[in-house]
Design a protein around this ligand. Sequence first.
Ligand code: FE2
Length: 263
Amino acid sequence: MITHYEQLQFNTVSIQGVKQFYSEQMQFPILLETKDEICFQPTENFKLSFKEAMEPIAPAHFAFEVPLSEFDNVVNLLKSKGIALLKWSDGRYIDDFETGKNVYFRDGDGNLLEIITHHYVREGILTPAGDLKLLYLREIGFPADSVKEFREFFVDIFELKLDKVRDDFTFAIGGTSHMVISSKKRKWIPIEMVALPPTMNVIFGVSSTDFVRKVSKKLTEKGMPFCMRDGHLNFNFKEYNITLKVTNFHPGIPALLNLPYST
Ligand SMILES: [Fe+2]
């Protein structure tokens, strides 16, 4: 099974800009830094990396889960670090919805970040990481021409569960990872940001080599090219580069966290 998001790799137009935002303001530990690449370790199980590129950046959307008991402190910390929280049209910046709360802000490349919490997530299972008390990377946005085609492909090859299934939006869920499949015609909330497909490599953590084999068999049946390197499976779907990597993230964690669709 897909257990979690293991790594997310983006392009950037400024390594120094990225460093100032993620290291100084977000307080993410730096795992590796070269002249044209930087990698952060926001949580024990997730890495965020940026590579300098001579090309325009299409901003991405991604969201970290934090414990409910820490949410207000985290929001205050973001503000104290000088991070500008984005407002809804009525002026508020915290959205208090049926199952939780969230806030949005942007990094120097314009990527739309979100800190989200849910009432149902059981605390004490994963150790909150860093000053921002991050539990895991919950969401990555995948703008798509056809949401239906996109979700059907990933349900088939990754055995994902679906939530909020609409013509222009769907959550496709594997473990703690939520693919936010959103129509390119639907703008990102709360700032009505145009949903362009970002250049990114999304690395999913998976529970076994058996699962990797199953996915590679399905890709072969669909006539889709892929490559295997160091036991990692890599392929392209639409504008996105996807990698599967076997990790030791325990597959029972999503159920222990009490996540819907985890059983
Ligand atoms: Fe989101």
